[in-house]
Design a protein around this ligand. Structure first.
Ligand SMILES: [Zn+2]
Length: 130
């Protein structure tokens, strides 16, 4: 099946290895995409694990899971990226996540996410709603 993140690749060749811990995103965009796919599949443990320890305390598993499961995740659109390449330590990704909420309303979550790499691993730090 095509990956939830709309890369056009198979889920098994795209976000799935990151979510199940068999691979490591090389770029901030790959991590961002896999976090979207994690929302789409309610992979809460991965969402927490890929959040930087400094901001992880602002997220709790239960509310993440409720939000992930109450929405139907439709589509991801990556608008732009800055840095976040394998050689970088920081990067940002602007994206739109399209979903249908629990009231059946179409919603667009437009965010600029910040990422930081430590010990060769990318983490989501925080996001600004646009
Ligand atoms: Zn993907």
């Amino acid at each position: 099946m095509n990956c939830y993140c709309c890369s056009g690749k198979e889920f098994a060749d795209c976000c799935q290895p990151f979510i199940n811990g068999k691979g490591k995103p090389a770029t901030a965009e790959e991590l961002m995409r896999s976090r979207y796919s994690a929302y789409a599949t309610a992979a809460i443990e991965f969402l927490l694990r890929s959040t930087h320890p400094s901001t992880r305390k602002f997220h709790d598993a239960e509310s993440l899971e409720n939000w992930a499961r109450s929405n139907v995740w439709k589509k991801l659109e990556v608008i732009s990226t800055a840095n976040g390449n394998p050689v970088d330590k920081e990067g940002t990704v602007e994206f739109k996540a399209y979903f249908t909420d629990s009231n059946g309303q179409s919603q667009i979550h437009h965010e600029l996410s910040s990422f930081r790499k430590e010990l060769g691993k990318w983490f989501f730090v925080d996001g600004k709603i646009l």
